[in-house]
Ligand binder design. Structure first.
Ligand SMILES: [Mn+2]
Length: 153
């Protein structure tokens, strides 16, 4: 299963469109919030509500069922930054998820914490650590997962 993950697009819908074209073989297109669009503008991506999503068409969290693996998605602005990772792990476990996808930080990251894989694709607008903007390609084969950060060009 191939899953494309973006976050913090902040109005650059053309970039989502381009990713959907490049990765037509993907099974899911997930956006972790702050697209500043609505569900129609970002299709085929599905999103969660970020702190800048005024249109309010998105749920605060989603659980994506990928068979052997479940993904918990949230923008994560509801967590204090210092407690974010622990909070994501706790919520992911409560929801039976092995992966937590989040945004808001504008810093690409992937890490393991207490058996949960935390994934932030960074922003498709700008990254606060000055790394190039990009997205994640997540591959899931049964319980094996691989995460690639890819620069958007
Ligand atoms: Mn945000």
């Amino acid at each position: 299963m191939k899953i494309i993950i973006t976050s913090d697009v902040h109005g650059h819908m053309d970039r989502l469109e381009k990713l959907a074209l490049i990765h037509q073989d993907a099974d899911y297109f997930l956006d972790a919030g702050d697209s500043e669009g609505n569900e129609f503008m970002i299709r085929p991506f599905i999103s969660v509500e970020g702190n800048n999503d005024r249109f309010n068409t998105f749920p605060k969290t989603r659980v994506i069922d990928c068979g052997d693996v479940k993904i918990y998605m949230t923008h994560s602005h509801e967590f204090f930054t210092s407690q974010r990772d622990e909070g994501l792990v706790k919520k992911a476990k409560r929801l039976g998820c092995q992966i937590a996808v989040y945004g808001h930080s504008h810093v690409p990251e992937v890490k393991q914490l207490h058996g949960v894989t935390l994934i932030c694709p960074g922003s498709l607008y700008y990254n606060r650590d000055r790394s190039p903007i990009g997205y994640v390609v997540l591959n899931i084969e049964h319980e094996k997962i691989s995460v690639q950060h890819i620069e958007y060009k």
